[in-house]
Design a binder for this molecule. Structure first.
Ligand code: GDP
Ligand code: MG
Length: 405
């Protein structure tokens, strides 16, 4: 009896040991070809961004796979020895490498699908009708107005289309598309200078101030713009001149840290102008290429706005003139956005418009309306909440996205 039990115990031990060996060798085989978990992960482009991202901890730590975490206990060979300690890996702040800016609008064109369906496809369908009677022209007009193109530009466009369709006689879909493309482009202004001016002649740094109503996307845009500039080889200093809430400065700083840009901030409730001043001062001292100043938009009265933004501007200009004042407008707010635009334009000299949230609206026509309203070009468009979802505005790519291929 005892012998039997002993035999069973021995058998169990032997089987267990064999099993361990098998697992062990399998593990080893799996681990050996692993590259050391260092640089490649850190420099890889950021994963596809997600909604609500900037409200959370930045995804700036390299992801550790199961295998990497496994290594120290399982590794017996040189691979395990070479691996840097996990602690060190966490302490080094991972700098992200933003995507190149060229062709971003083309990459993000699918995000314009709402505007495409409402505006581009709608217009093409209407123009393709066999009889272009008054009712149809009225529908075309309504389509444009609904997409926020604005009354005056809509009338101009319809007039041009009527003329050209008459001349055309028979219409192939291809001809119609070409015609619509040309006329929309004319409306948007293919020749306007849309460069964000960050390289003043004969001095450094370029100074950019970002203004707009709360919630339009100023801080997000400032952060995204820092990435664009870094991607293009610039060094950037951020100024958190929205001192109303500490969280606003934190939000900006988080964006900055992801690309290695320092954020100058002041005490909560402190003077926005002095933060802006200090940011430019630091930019000068360290020889930065660009200083981006994020401002507060919580001001509800025009006098309050004038006082605060006017002062920021004046104080910064003790260093040097502002090179660019970007007004951030939320494309989903439509006509309301135009009212805001008017107020800001009275307070500061807007030099460029950033239209955010074009991914969430069918009202892509606002591009036309807001340019008309301010006489200033749309320079950048926001097409999502992700870190690299800010694109230089290219009229041709935009129109192509609207009317499809
Ligand atoms: N869908 C979408 N959301 C955006 C875009 N730009 C900004 N947002 C979101 O708008 C919200 C307000 O942005 P924030 O930068 O804090 O606005 P601020 O108050 O003007 O500084 C945030 O949730 C952003 O993620 C965009 O282009 N598309
Ligand atoms: Mg903000």
């Amino acid at each position: 009896m005892e012998i039997v039990i002993l035999a069973v115990v021995i058998a169990v031990v032997v089987i267990g040991a064999l099993g361990g060996l098998v697992v062990g060798s399998r593990r080893k085989k799996r681990q050996l070809p692993q590259p050391p978990p260092t640089a490649p992960d850190i420099t890889a482009p950021p994963a596809e961004p997600h909604v609500g991202e900037e409200a959370e901890t930045p995804r700036d730590e390299p992801r550790r796979t199961v295998e990497e975490v496994d290594l120290p206990d399982g590794g017996t060979g040189p691979v395990a020895v070479e691996e840097p300690p996990a602690v060190e890996e966490l302490e080094v702040p991972a700098i992200e490498v933003p995507e190149p800016t060229a062709g971003r609008l083309v990459r993000l064109r699918a995000r314009l699908s709402r505007s495409q369906n409402a505006l581009g496809k709608g217009l093409l369908t209407l123009l393709s009708r066999e009889h272009l009677d008054e009712d149809t022209w009225e529908e075309i007009e309504d389509t444009l107005l609904t997409a926020d193109v604005g009354v005056q530009p809509t009338q101009e466009l319809v007039e041009r289309l009527r003329e050209r369709v008459k001349v055309l006689g028979t219409r192939t879909p291809q001809e119609l598309r070409g015609l619509l493309r040309e006329e929309l482009l004319t409306l948007i202004g293919p020749d306007l200078d849309r460069t964000v001016r960050t390289e003043p002649e004969g001095r450094k740094p370029g100074i950019v101030m970002v203004v707009g109503v709360n919630g339009t996307g100023k801080t997000t845009t400032t952060g995204k713009l820092a990435r664009v500039l870094v991607a293009d080889g610039n060094s950037v200093v951020l100024g958190a001149a929205d001192t109303f809430r500490a969280a606003a400065a934190d939000q900006l700083q988080t964006w900055g840290e992801r690309v290695g840009a320092h954020t100058v901030r002041g005490p909560e409730g402190g003077d926005p102008a002095s933060v802006a001043f200090d940011a430019v001062k630091e930019g000068k001292e360290i020889g930065a290429d660009v200083v981006l100043i994020d401002t507060a938009g919580r001001l509800h009265t025009k006098t309050g706005l004038m006082d605060e933004l006017g002062k920021v501007k004046r104080v910064v200009e003790k260093h040097a003139p502002l090179d660019e004042v970007l007004l951030v407008l939320d494309a989903t707010t439509g006509q309301n956005g135009l009212v805001q635009a008017r107020v800001f334009a009275e307070v500061v000299d807007i030099t460029g418009i950033v239209l955010t949230k074009l991914d969430g609206t069918a009202k892509g026509g606002i591009v036309v309306a807001v340019q008309r309203e301010l006489g200033v070009p749309v320079k950048l468009v926001g097409l999502g909440e992700g870190a690299d979802d800010l694109a230089p505005f290219e009229p041709e790519a935009f129109v192509d996205a609207l009317i499809g291929d």
